[in-house]
Design a protein around this ligand. Sequence first.
Ligand code: PMP
Length: 406
Amino acid sequence: PAAFSPELVRGDFPILHRTVNGHPLVWLDNGATTQKPRQVIEAVAGFYGAANSNIHRGAHTMAREATEAYEGGRAAVARFLGAPSPENIVFVRGTTEAVNLVAQTWGRANLGPGDDILVPVLEHHSNIVPWQLIAKETRARVVPVPLEPDGRIDLDAYADLLSMRTQLVAVSQASNVLGTVPPVKEMTALAHRYGAKVLVDGAQAVAHFPVDVQDLDADFYAFSGHKLFAPTGIGALYVKPEVLAGMAPWQGGGNMIESVDFGRTTFAPVPHLMEAGTGHISGVVGMLAALNWLTSFDRDAIAAYETSLMAYAQQALATVPGLEVLGSAPDRIAVLTFTLAGHDPAEIADWLDRDGIAVRAGHHCAQPALAHYGLESAARASLALYNTSQEVDQLVASLQRLQQAA
Ligand code: PMP
């Protein structure tokens, strides 16, 4: 792999060289979405400039090329996740669509009255609400798994809540608000003892550390391209082979059929069965470029760098009077959600924006996790591989000025 350094990779991101409100951009909103390297931008532009075609349709050269690119993207995602085969990868719009797909297909077929779906309190709304919707229809129950004060999942409570009624555990591999990285592999092994399936939300994990779905033994694994340096509107769902084989189609339409007749319609094999209609072809092209770009580096070096940057940020933020970081779980990604005494989160974000620093303020689509800390809203700085300690210094200096101005 190529040597990794944040200074080196910054050169690949044109947007990191712009200014905001007269200051060089400091992008600390990576939990919401990551910026795109020129390799991704050029791949998408190259597709529309020289290779645009629909796929799987018509035997002309460009349709064949587009099909190869699309299926090449699927194979790359399979390799990236350690999936046994490209057939286990379904392209979706993102994590949200992946979870809804599983709820509406697998959930509808497998949930019934008295069944439990276990969902930790730290989950993103997109890993709560789809379960509430299908639970209402099937008369199953969504059971929250409580948190420890430091933001870890209460594993004793989890073990107690698991039972033969548990059909599914839906858990994030990394929390977007507390940064917590739960022991998903151990949680999955425990769930499997009760015959429950496990869906892992990898939205915040994939950009930060290598993932192996077979090692996790996940039944479902979802992520969004846009949090992984790829375009918006494209994501992937991994489904374990034996689970995928039994799944009913989701949406109906073109591409997911073998033959259609008013008497009887037969279906295409998985994963195409799950991909009705024209897919986001340029999105897959961009995703392939993003995966090629990211995996060209030593990913362990990236993870180690992010861990050290996170430690630096924690220490630096501790010097700001009245600042409190939410969650102190030892295993975590570089997400710092914080409050600042005397200032509401929207005011903090607005102040930082005037210095060109982008952070998010609000409930981060994780209201139950914030409620665990008695909060409705907080500010969040989320770091990526291209962030530097100088940027952390700028964040801290700006927050200190805000406290002095008060
Ligand atoms: N899960 C987690 C943990 C997330 O952070 C997000 C995005 N903030 C999602 C799911 C939803 O992702 P998307 O909006 O791309 O579907």
